[in-house]
Write a protein that binds this ligand. Structure first.
Ligand code: CO
Length: 211
């Protein structure tokens, strides 16, 4: 265990050296500031490292991760990241990236009691309830699980569009595109769900804010 821990610090030194070998000003340039065009909202799962799977460099992606890539509108952490990304960094794209095999989504399909996390997973159970007719009709359990992962991303994309932050940006003429993706743990491929939202017209009327 101690070895792994020490190895991480050694890895860091090696990484710094290789970056400086390629570009002596690499860190000097990054220290000047950031203007990433992307906000990434992904799962905390260790197998879905945001930058690595899309070949992005430091400075290119602003990242928020939690269990099952949720957009919970009372979550101050998520709202603060979203507000800063949209209003200060002026990101052009917000990507919600779920992943097949997501443990959080799987737990939401069961009645298992785990602990405090049950209360977080309840938000995912709400997604199941919204789509229970479609999901219950899928007999194969793996297929039902996969579709649930996709529908969870769809709902989080809509939940982003419902926020005052995103709707205010749209009303002010800011171009913010909200996308939904699902990453395949088994093959590394990202599936674009093609549900990109660019304005609040596609929301149910009750969520459309007069700004
Ligand atoms: Co997950």
């Amino acid at each position: 265990m101690e070895n792994l821990y020490n190895q991480l610090l050694q890895n860091n030194k090696n990484w710094v050296r290789s970056k400086l070998d390629q570009d002596p000003d690499y860190f000097k340039r990054l220290s000047l500031g950031q203007s990433p065009p992307i906000l990434w909202i992904g799962c905390a799962d260790s197998r879905v490292p945001a930058n690595e799977i899309i070949g992005a460099n430091p400075g290119e992606v602003f990242v928020h991760r939690n269990i099952a890539n949720m957009v919970v509108h009372s979550d101050m952490n998520m709202l603060s990241v979203l507000d800063y990304a949209v209003n200060v960094l002026k990101v052009k794209h917000i990507i919600v990236c779920g992943h097949y095999g997501c443990g959080g989504v799987q737990a939401a399909m069961t009645n298992k009691h785990i602990g405090l996390i049950d209360n977080w997973i309840r938000h995912i159970k709400d997604v199941y309830r919204f789509h229970q007719d479609e999901l219950n009709a899928i007999e194969n359990e793996t297929e039902r699980f996969n579709r649930f992962v996709e529908l969870n991303v769809v709902e989080q994309v809509l939940d982003l569009a419902k926020t005052s932050i995103v709707q205010t940006a749209w009303e002010g003429g800011q171009q913010v595109h909200v996308h939904g993706w699902v990453y395949g743990i088994h093959d590394g491929i990202i599936k674009d769900l093609d549900i990109t939202i660019r304005d609040n017209n596609s929301l149910s009327e009750v969520y459309q804010l007069d700004i």
